[in-house]
Design a protein. Structure first.
Length: 256
């Protein structure tokens, strides 16, 4: 009974603690307590080191999307619409969501592991002893870097995915390259781009908040760090997918 009661109590207190944690972070940001040097460091660690995996996965996704689209559309003699399929799918949905999922598994896991290791080794407590606020020094820069980096990675992912679709369309569907590029430009409007781009900022906040929270309150030594990292990535995936449904419905309601 006791483990069940303890689990139920944790399930009730954890959401409140997470909301208070987010409120404390926002308080630091609104007060201007932001360390730009630390943000730049996190941008390098989270952003530049994630570019390769984002480009490769997006390129492959665009190629697969174009291949499947070619097979389906060739049956109806509409293979020239492959560019529309690839571009709109990537810009509206697949680009932002896939990039956020990859980013949470790459950079988000790193954030949780770093903060969790610091906490179990009492390094966070040591920063307080030295008169440095750990939220100000450790948490805010990581979340700020997420908000700055993820939109840029999303744009790179969309370009890579469209390039993958271009390669397949030209080599397999025998669509002229200039025609494919022209159709892509015509297919994607401002509403299409920004309807997907707006989601990215919400995804970035979710990833930074969840991963920092899990790492900041890690307990149980090295085993606890592994558990917190796994939970952070899993919760990030769940919240990204669920929030994408809500955001998509809101965007379609207002913009169509």
């Amino acid at each position: 009974m006791r483990p069940a009661i303890r689990l139920a109590m944790n399930g009730l207190t954890a959401p409140g603690q997470a909301v208070c944690f987010l409120g404390e972070i926002l308080g630091h940001v609104l007060k201007g307590r932001v360390r730009f040097s630390e943000i730049l460091k996190q941008i390098y660690e989270q952003g530049l080191q994630s570019v390769t995996i984002v480009v490769l996965t997006s390129l492959a996704s665009g190629m697969v999307l174009a291949l499947q689209g070619y097979v389906a559309m060739a049956r109806f003699g509409a293979k020239e619409y492959i560019a529309h399929l690839v571009a709109l799918s990537l810009v509206r949905e697949l680009g932002p969501v896939f990039t956020a999922l990859i980013f949470s598994g790459k950079a988000g896991a790193r954030i949780t592991a770093e903060l969790g290791t610091m906490n179990v080794n009492d390094q966070i407590l040591a920063t307080r002893t030295l008169g440095v606020d750990p939220i100000d020094y450790l948490v805010v820069p990581r979340i700020a870097a997420c908000v700055l980096v993820l939109p840029i990675l999303t744009v790179i992912a969309e370009i890579a995915g469209i390039a993958g679709g271009y390669l397949v369309a030209v080599s397999q569907a025998h669509i002229p390259g200039p025609f494919y590029i022209n159709q892509t430009i015509k297919a994607v409007g401002y509403v299409d781009f920004f309807s997907g781009f707006i989601k990215v900022f919400f995804f970035a906040i979710i990833i930074g908040w969840v991963c920092c929270y899990q790492g900041y309150f890690t307990k149980g030594g090295s085993l606890g760090v592994g558990k917190s990292t796994t939970q952070a990535v899993a919760y990030s995936y769940i919240f990204i997918i669920l929030s994408n449904v809500v955001l998509t419905k809101m965007i379609l309601t207002f913009w169509g």
